[in-house]
Each structure stands twice: as C-alpha cells, then as structure tokens.
Design a protein around this ligand. Structure first.
Ligand code: CMC
Length: 443
C-alpha cells in the first residue's frame, strides 16, 4: 500500500474506515468500506429506492475517477510529476538502464541478475524474425498505407501464426508470446516504414542490440553492416524506456479490456495499437509537428495561443489526464534533444516549440488548468531529426509501449478479481415502440 493510500484509509476517531452515505430519496444510510482509498462501485448497488429499481451506479465517462484494477507495475503521482516503473524512478532508468532491461523489469517485477539478463536478451534477439508469410501479408498493403494500420493488422495477424497463444492459462506459453511480441515488434514496425518507402525489407541482424537492430531494419541499404551513431542509439533507447508503460492509459485500458475476454495476447495488443493510433493518445506527437509547422514562425505564436484560448483548437503536446505538473518524461526528452541535435543539427521547429512552451507556461489559461508539456511535445522533434516521417512516430511509441501492455496483460490474466470488462450505461433512447414493417411504413 502506498503512503497516499494508507492516509486515505486512515480510520476516524471511532475506528471506522468507511464512507457513510445517506440516500435522501429514502432516508436510508449505508456504510461503505474504504479500501486503498476507494469504495467498491458494486457496493453502491445495494442503494436503491425499492426492489424494482436498479441499484445506484457511478457515471464516469472516460473513467476519470474509477480504478479498474490493482496494479503493481507503474506508479504515477501526477501532481508531483513522479513516474516509477516497479518502484524505480523513470529518471534513473533512463540514465542508467536500457530498454531490454526495463522490459524485463516491467514483465517480471524485479531487475534481472546478470544470468537472467543474458537469457532474456538471447531469447528476445532470437525471436526477431517473423514467418515469411507475415512479410507477404505486409506487402499486400497499399503503397500509402499508414504504418500504424499495418502494425495493428500485422500484430493481430500474429495470432494466426501462433494459435497456441490462446492457451493463456499456461505460464510458459504466456512467456513465449511475450518474448515473441517484444522481439518482433521492431521488425513489424520497421517493415511498415520500408513498405511506405518502397524499399526492400531488411531482415533482423541478431548481432546488433535491440535498438541498433531496429535502426538497421529501418535504414540499411546496400552496406554490409549498418552502423548507427551510438548517441542516436542511446537517445532512441531512452525514448523507448520513457514510453514503456504509463499505467491505465487509453491503450493499456484497451489491452486489458479486450484481454479480459481471455483472447490471445496478440489480439489484445493489436487493440492497444489501435487505441494508441488516435491523436489524443499516441498520435499527439505527429499532431505537434503539424501544429509547429503551421505556426511557422515565432511571431505567429500569440495569435495561435489566442485561438487555443478561444477554444478553436488545442495546444497539442500539452495537458494530461494524470499530470497536473511537468510530465517527467518531457523533461528527459528535452535533454535528449540536445544529444540528438548534436549529431543531426538543430531542428528549426525547436525554437518555435521552446517559445510556445515559455508563453504557455506563463499564460493564465494554461496555468489555471495546470496544462504543462507532455511526453509528446518534444518527442516528435527528435523523431524528425532521425528522419522518420510523422506517420512513424506512433509506431515508435507502440514499440516502446509493448512491454508495458504485456506486463499489464500478464497482471490481468493472473488477477482473480478481474472479470470481463463490461461497463454499465444510462439508457437514453426510446422504449417499447411498436414495430411497423417496411412495406407499411413506406406505403
Ligand atoms: N490545449 C488547450 N486546452 C486544453 C488542452 C490543450 N492541449 N488540454 C486540455 N485543455 C483544457 C480543456 O479544454 C479543458 O478546459 P475547460 O475546463 O475550460 O473545459 C481543461 O483544459 C481540462 O481538459 P480536459 O479535456 O478535461 O482534460 P482530459 O484529462 O480529459 O484530457 C488530454 C487530457 C491529454 C486528452 C488533453 O489535455 C489533450 O487533448 N491534450 C492535447 C493532446 C495531447 O497532447 N495528447 C497527448 C497526451 S500524453 C501521451 C499519452 O499518454 O497518450
């Protein structure tokens, strides 16, 4: 239990850790236990006017104040700008770890020993290849197919190549699919990119590290061995770490929700890729670049900000459901920008982004609403420096997020309290209309 939860469960002077609710419709009082700072929504079901009426429910579009699970994967304190994976601060992981080690940590809950890391790296490295029919499948897309659409479809298609993945009750089987998915995601992501470029697909090079191999599959042409600048490799690896998990965000919720039907993990993760595709989630960094390009020069910023404040549009890359402070990932990315631009030269849009941030952070509208830069505000600038087209940005996010989705899926399938996701609704439509057959209606 966290300190915050312990405090919120503290008993009152009479020793109670509960919520007393008085239903003013009936005058009845109910005592609802408080556990981990929450009351059980199902406990509200006992509050009803009479036996004929349904019990009280909570209405929470977008789950703004509803916990859907217990999770030991990622901790966020949005007010303080804290992000931890399995208890380790994101700043330390970004500085001292690497993506594969972080993936191990997320999946297994602890840091690996030297031997465990060696075995993990070996397993991931030797599952990077995909069945040749996956390659043919990917070639079947139109020349201008969005790489996220291709990724979503090809991850889903993997479920047909590994039908044993449906056996989600078996721990070894689950492990196998997790390894496969983390290993193959860069291959699918890189091939989605190559397809759009009309370039031949590059097979994985198992002598390279995870991130180097990804860069090789993206950019290798006729050279014998692709050699990436180590500063760029490190920067991309850090970006993968920063995106690796973010507790119950939209795509993770999609993975959990679809996974709750006990479908195989490829199908569940492809739902996560679909959710990530949206501009309010993983697609935001693509939108940030478009916005910066549209603003064009610093002088145009004030009129753009006015438009945002008038509700004409959003300042993309700002604001977050959880962070009401500077997103800690954005701080790290801002630093990574310097390393990348040292190699590639400065992206001219950086100046506009920095000025936009400065103005927004001082503006009453953004200050009052606690809108700060999020992970997507600067990441697009780095990706562009790598010469990724904007459509690829979300693919990079998806590769990074895969261990997080899988860690959450693993937690879900082992959690005895979980049920198939099935929210309630408040029905607002007509009732008991008499159906008139078409022949009579159209007569
Ligand atoms: N620009 C201008 N106003 C904003 C913005 C923004 N980017 N974000 C929120 N607001 C305003 C919003 O209009 C509302 O104002 P009011 O109270 O006057 O109605 C207030 O701030 C609260 O916003 P909200 O929409 O209730 O907040 P939310 O928690 O539902 O939405 C969000 C969170 C991330 C969807 C939203 O901030 C947003 O659309 N940001 C831009 C898109 C973006 O950068 N997304 C990436 C998120 S980080 C990566 C990830 O995890 O996927």
């Amino acid at each position: 239990m966290t300190d915050v939860q312990a405090a919120s469960d503290a008993a009152d002077s009479s020793g109670k850790t509960s919520l007393t609710v008085r239903d003013n419709r009936t005058g009845n009082e109910y005592d609802l236990p408080i556990v981990d700072g929450t009351v059980r929504a199902a406990d509200l079901g006992q509050i009803r006017v009479d036996e004929e009426q349904p019990g009280l429910a909570v209405y929470d579009p977008g789950f703004v104040n509803t916990a859907s699970c217990r999770s030991a994967v990622t901790y966020i304190d949005g007010d303080k700008g804290i992000l931890e994976y399995r208890g380790y601060p994101i700043e330390q992981l970004a500085e001292h770890s690497n993506f594969l080690e972080v993936a191990y940590l997320l999946i297994n809950g602890t840091l690996p020993s030297k031997q465990e890391y060696g075995a993990w790296e070996h397993e991931i490295t030797f599952h990077t290849f995909v069945h040749e029919n996956v390659k043919r499948f990917m070639h079947g897309f139109r020349y201008d197919a969005h790489p996220m659409g291709m990724l979503m479809a090809s991850v889903g298609a993997l479920s047909t190549f590994y039908p044993d993945a449906r056996n989600i009750g078996d721990a070894d089987n689950r492990h196998m699919q997790i390894v496969r998915m983390i290993a193959k995601m860069p291959t699918l992501g890189a091939w989605s990119y190559r397809h759009a470029q009309g370039k031949p697909f590059v097979y994985p090079d198992n002598e390279l590290s995870y991130t180097e191999n990804f860069l090789s599959m993206l950019f290798k042409m006729s050279e014998k061995k692709f050699e990436a600048d180590p500063r760029l490799v490190k920067a991309l690896d850090v970006l993968f770490i920063l995106h690796a998990d973010h507790e119950q965000n939209c795509s993770t919720n999609a993975v959990r929700s679809v996974g709750s039907s006990q479908v195989d993990p490829y199908s569940a993760v492809s739902a996560g890729v679909a959710a990530l595709f949206g501009p309010l989630h993983g697609g935001a960094n693509e939108a940030v670049l478009r916005m910066l390009r549209r603003i064009g020069k610093k002088e145009n910023i004030p009129s753009f900000i006015e438009g945002v404040k008038n509700g004409n549009e959003k300042l993309m890359g700002f604001g977050h459901r959880v962070y009401k402070n500077y997103d800690p990932r954005a701080q790290i990315i801002k630093k990574a920008c310097d390393d990348v631009f040292e190699v590639t030269g400065v992206n001219p849009l950086l100046e506009i982004a920095q000025e936009l941030e400065k103005i927004a952070l001082e503006d009453e509208y953004f200050v009052k609403r606690k809108l700060y830069p999020n992970v997507d505000f600067y990441s697009g600038l780095i990706y562009e420096a790598f010469q990724f087209p904007p459509e690829m940005f979300t693919v990079l996010f998806a590769i990074g997020r895969t261990p997080g989705w899988l860690a959450q899926w693993l937690e879900l399938v082992q959690d005895k309290e979980q049920k198939i996701a099935r929210p309630k609704q408040i029905y607002t439509g007509d009732r008991t209309l008499d159906f008139v057959p078409a022949a009579q209606r159209w007569a």
